[in-house]
Write a protein that binds this ligand. Sequence first.
Ligand code: KG4
Ligand code: ZN
Length: 396
Amino acid sequence: MRVLAIETSCDESAVCLLSINTSATKTRISILGNALHSQIKLHEQYGGVFPMVAKREHARVLTHLLKLVLKEADSPVSRKRESVSASLQQNVKKLLEREDGLAQELLSFISEFKKPKIDCIAVTNGPGLEPALWVGVNFAKALSLLWDIPVLPINHMEGHLLSSLATVKEGQLEIKKTKLPLLGLLISGGHTELVLMKKFGSYKILGQTRDDAVGEAFDKVARMLGLPYPGGPEISKLAEHARQRNIRGDIALPRPMLHSDNFDFSFAGLKTAVLYALKKIESINDDVRMKFALEFENAATEVLTAKVRAALNASKALSFTIGGGVSANKHIRTQMQALCENEFPEVTFLPPTKSLTTDNAVMIGITAAYKFKTHKRYSKTFKANGNLSLQKQKGK
Ligand code: KG4
Ligand code: ZN
C-alpha cells in the first residue's frame, strides 16, 4: 500500500510517499520520497511562529515539495500534457481560492506527472495553527479530486505517538507489535500530554499542561537567554555542556506541580521564575546561559519524570514511549530510560527514532498505515481543527 502524507500544522511544510507492508507481527515501511521545508529562518525574527506567515509559506512550497517527492520516488513524468476537465479545474480553484496561487501551481504541476500509484492521501487536520492546517487539508482535497484518491484526516498528536513506535532497520522503518496498554508522554511546542492507549485508536488523556507546553517553555526561556529560535535544542546543547564539565549552578528553579495529586503539568511558573532570576543578574554571559539551561532542563525533566512514574504506577502500562519535538532531548530520553530500567522493568521503553521526533510527514503516513488496517475513515468533508483532541477519537 502506498500513502502520500502531508503535514502543515505549524512551521514545517512536509510531504512524503511511503510504501507500507503489514504482516500479523510487524509493519515495514519504506520511504520512497520525503521532502521537508522548515520555516524556522522566517519565524526566527519574531521568536515564535506567526500563523499567517506560516500559511503563506506552506502554500508557496507545497507543490514544489510534492514534485521533489515524486521525483525521488521515480514517478514518471508525463510526455504528453495530462488534461484536466474545465469543471475539475473550477473545483480545484474554488477549494484553493484562499491559498495564494496554489491552485494555479498545482494545476500546471498535474499536467507534468503521470498519476502516481498512491492508495491514499493522509493529511494532518489538527491540532495546530488553523490557517496553516487548512493549506495542507485543502491541498490534499484538491489532489484527491485531481487523482481520484481517497483522503484520510490524521491527528498530529496521534502521529507523534504512533511514529514513536517505529525503529529503523536496514534503511527501513519497522513497527513491531506493541504490548498494550501503552503510555505516551507527548511533549511538543504546543502540547504536553500523558496519554494511555489501551487499544489502538482509543486514547485517554491522563493529564496535560494547564498553561504552557514544555516545548514552549524551552523556547521562551531560550529567548530570555538570548538564544535563537527554536530554543529547545539550544538549551539542550548548553545543558549537556554543563553536565560534561560537571558545572553546578547556584540557581534554584521551582519544580511546578511535582507533588500534585494528578497527572497535570504547569510550566508557566518555571518560565517566570527564570525571568525573575535573570533580572537579578547584571549581564547575561555564556556562563550564566549554561547554568540556567542546566537548571531549567533539570527542573522540567524532573517534573516530567515524576508524572510518568505516577502514571506508570496507576495505569499498569506495559509499554511506554515519548513523542513530539521535545522527545529529541537527550537528557529527557536518558532519564526516561533510567526510570523504566530501575523502577519498571516490566515496562518496555520505546524511545522514538530521532529523525521522527520533530514535525515531519512520515509520522502522518505511519499513522495512516495503522488506520488503514482497522480505522479507515475516508472523508471528503472533514475540516481543519486547531484544537483537535486525541480523546475525542475514543471508541471510534
Ligand atoms: O513536535 P514539534 O516539532 O512541533 C510541534 O508540534 O509543536 O516540536 C517543536 C518543539 C519546539 O518547542 C522545540 O524547541 C522543541 O520541540 N525541541 C526540543 C529539542 N528539539 C526540539 N526541546 C528540547 N530539546 C531538544 N533537543
Ligand atoms: Zn508536532
